[in-house]
Design a protein around this ligand. Structure first.
Ligand SMILES: *[C@@H]1O[C@H](CO)[C@@H](O)[C@H](O)[C@H]1NC(C)=O
Ligand SMILES: *[C@@H]1O[C@H](CO)[C@@H](O)[C@H](O)[C@H]1NC(C)=O
Ligand SMILES: *[C@@H]1O[C@H](CO)[C@@H](O)[C@H](O)[C@H]1NC(C)=O
Ligand SMILES: *[C@@H]1O[C@H](CO)[C@@H](O)[C@H](O)[C@H]1NC(C)=O
Length: 646
């Protein structure tokens, strides 16, 4: 009896010891929980995972740092079973890779307690069920791949709270349903996102970084619609002739674009009985015969003083009366409230002019302060049939990116074509950097310059990648980059080239000779010499970037140099007659100091030395003479994006 009692005491203490006196570390015990959750281990990878070991650190698939498990990799071992909650106790775990196995059941909520995890790959398994919102506690997560499973439910919105999730988010090939949360637009542009091949529905939110994504990100969701997919949403179908379906329009964004929108000078302009003081790109203030667009349009036919015209066709106003017969006004989205009548009634101020035509700032409704920029395409031997024109413009209208000036509406009549875009308030990067008498803005700091570079790179990358057609801007320069009140950049003049290439050159008889002289002076002072300096060497002979994205990359590199040095890109006196690109190359070869080359205004401020040097290298790469050596905009944008502006 007594013996039996002693024996049972002995036995129970052995059992106790097996669970409490085990010499195996707690990380090892968590891993054993995984071993016992696996019901089939054909490659016997876990056979030597033994509870009699002191630590799991020499087990296959395990990496330790300072005695704690930091990596668990059992990739492609044909394991089946489930993922136990105990893995969440591995609180030093950084990397978890169980991809290409056959784990089933759900992803345990408690896994998300392993908050050090930076890398999770559970792709190519048979995991099912929803992803818990608790995933938001994984504050270090950078790479998350749940692709090729059977996960269902809605897309986990709490992922957007993870600031570190900037590497990969792959949820493709699952069974997720519902709409894409608009908050997904908050993911950084640089994340490699994949939502393809699920059963998502509704309209792709046209917000934030989602605008930067190509169609592949959303492919294979048959009930998803809207840009960048080719399936229009119900309410969008009424936009006529979606360009994407027109094979003949492949060239539309590929010609150089000689236009300049200069939304210079957001300040109030003084109106002096039909004249207005306007600051042009150069910063030179000149008085231009100001035109009220309505007056101008209405009087066009009659020859009143200063408005002589040689066109013979009917005036726009009457065309408008017959609505749609000859003239046509089309707004791209419902949010755009102005109508042609509003524009006709509004006061318009000339803010810029180039070969493609004159740009007006139009204050359509003083009370609601609706301001737009209206570009009157120069007439000439208009070769456009309405359909072609419409196709071109519709393509531009589909471009929707926070760093690209948005086309809102257009007006087409045989002898009159207007493009209505957002008005960007704060002038161009050109005038912000090189100033002028009217430029009273505080100097751009390094952080601001970097942000402008990053935004511009993002916009340009969007143009390059948003379709397989290899679109180019073709005429990028600092005067094309407009700044808003927050100094965010907006690329203007996208896709216009083809619209004006039918017009040989501006022969504008409708404005006074005075204006014309100023415009010519303006064109010579700025556009002509400066423009060449933005052109890649291979494009100079033909004076246009035509169809090469590498040419845009070169232009972008020149703009970076402009941001860095504050100098003009052409052979001006500050460059001792050399082009800025050559000045930089020489400086780089001779290993000059930053002080020699950096904008003196920057030298007086705080600037991030390392970022400046990295940016110089990006710029030098972009401006390689050999187009093949230049990086793609995506990698340029990524290089710049990695630099955090403080
Ligand atoms: C994976 O596991 C499921 C059961 O959970 C089974 O039906 C399926 O055949 C397995 N697949 C492979 C490739 O082993
Ligand atoms: C996401 O995963 C799928 C398959 O698992 C793969 O085909 C796809 O390329 C991945 N997407 C990205 C962006 O890496
Ligand atoms: C997810 O799939 C499981 C079966 O695998 C099903 O029971 C559950 O209802 C599904 N949940 C949703 C939200 O579709
Ligand atoms: C996807 O969702 C739609 C609508 O929600 C539904 O009609 C369809 O059956 C689903 N398809 C699959 C494969 O689950």
């Amino acid at each position: 009896m007594k013996l039996l009692w002693i024996l049972s005491l002995l036995l129970s203490s052995i059992f106790l010891c097996m669970s409490f006196c085990s010499s195996l570390s707690s990380d090892g015990l968590s891993l054993l929980a995984l071993k016992s959750a696996v019901d089939n281990d054909p490659t016997r990878v876990m056979t030597h995972w033994s509870e009699s070991d002191r630590t799991p650190c020499h087990w296959s698939g395990i990496v330790c740092t300072n005695g704690r498990v930091t990596s668990l990799t059992l990739f492609g071992k044909s394991l089946s079973g489930y993922i136990p909650s105990e893995l969440g106790l591995l609180d030093s775990l950084i990397r978890l890779d169980l991809a290409h196995n056959n784990f089933s059941k759900t992803v345990p909520v408690r896994l998300f307690q392993a908050t050090k995890l930076r890398y999770i790959d559970l792709s190519h398994n048979s995991l099912s069920g929803p992803i818990s919102a608790q995933i938001k506690s994984m504050k270090s997560l950078n790479h998350l791949d749940f692709s090729s499973n059977r996960l269902n439910g809605s897309l986990p919105e709490s992922l957007t709270e993870l600031g570190s999730l900037v590497g990969t988010l792959n949820l493709s090939y699952n069974r997720f349903t519902g709409e894409i949360p608009p908050s997904y637009g908050r993911f950084t542009v640089h994340i490699s996102l994949d939502l393809g091949y699920n059963n998502l529905t509704g309209k792709i939110p046209q917000v934030g970084s989602l605008l930067n994504k190509g169609p592949i990100v959303f492919a294979g969701n048959s009930h998803l619609c809207g840009f960048p997919l080719q399936t229009p949403c119900e309410e969008e179908i009424k936009i006529p002739n979606l360009v994407i379906s027109k094979p003949e329009s492949t060239q539309e964004l590929q010609k150089p674009n000689p236009s300049v929108i200069s939304n210079d000078d957001g300040k109030e302009k003084k109106q002096i009985t039909g004249s207005v003081t306007v600051s042009l790109l150069s910063g030179v203030s000149v008085v231009i015969g100001a035109v009220s667009l309505s007056v101008w349009l209405l009087r066009r036919k009659r020859s009143s003083d200063g408005f002589k015209t040689e066109t013979k066709t009917t005036a726009v106003a009457s065309e408008f009366d017959e609505e749609g017969q000859e003239g046509k006004f089309v707004a791209f989205d419902e949010g755009f409230e102005l109508e042609l009548e509003d524009l006709l009634r509004a006061s318009a101020y000339v803010i810029g002019k180039s070969r493609s035509g004159i740009v007006y700032r139009v204050v359509a409704d003083e009370s609601s302060s609706t301001v737009v920029a209206v570009r009157r395409l120069s007439d000439g031997n208009a070769t456009w049939r309405f359909k072609d024109f419409e196709n071109q413009v519709e393509t531009i209208g589909r471009i929707n990116h926070p760093n690209i000036v948005r086309l809102r509406a257009y007006y087409y009549a045989e002898d009159e074509k207007l493009l209505i875009t957002d008005f960007i308030t704060n002038g161009s990067l050109y005038s912000a950097l090189h100033g002028g008498p009217s430029n009273t803005r505080p100097l751009l700091s390094w952080a601001e310059r970097l942000r402008i570079a990053q935004g511009t790179a993002g916009g340009l990358m969007y143009i390059h990648e948003y379709s397989s057609r290899k679109y180019v801007h073709g005429n990028l320069k600092s005067s094309k980059i407009l700044l808003d009140d927050e100094l965010q950049p907006h690329i203007s003049g996208v896709g216009l080239t083809r619209l004006v290439s039918g017009y040989p050159k501006l022969t504008d008889h409708s404005l006074s000779t005075n204006t014309q002289n100023i415009d010519q002076a303006f064109a010579t002072r700025l556009s002509a010499p400066a423009a060449a300096a933005y052109l890649a060497p291979e494009a100079r002979a033909s004076s246009g970037c035509k169809s090469s994205q590498k040419c845009d990359v070169y232009s972008f590199g020149v703009i970076l140099l402009e941001l860095l040095t504050g100098r003009l890109p052409n052979g001006s006196s500050e460059n001792e007659g050399e082009e800025l690109v050559n000045v930089l190359r020489k400086w780089h070869k001779e290993e000059g100091s930053l002080a020699e080359i950096l904008d003196t205004k920057l030298l007086k401020q705080d600037f991030a030395n390392k970022q400046v040097i990295e940016t110089i290298h990006v710029a030098l790469n972009c401006t390689e003479m050999d187009p093949e050596m230049r990086p793609r905009m995506r990698s340029v944008s990524e290089s710049l994006g990695r630099m955090k502006s403080e």
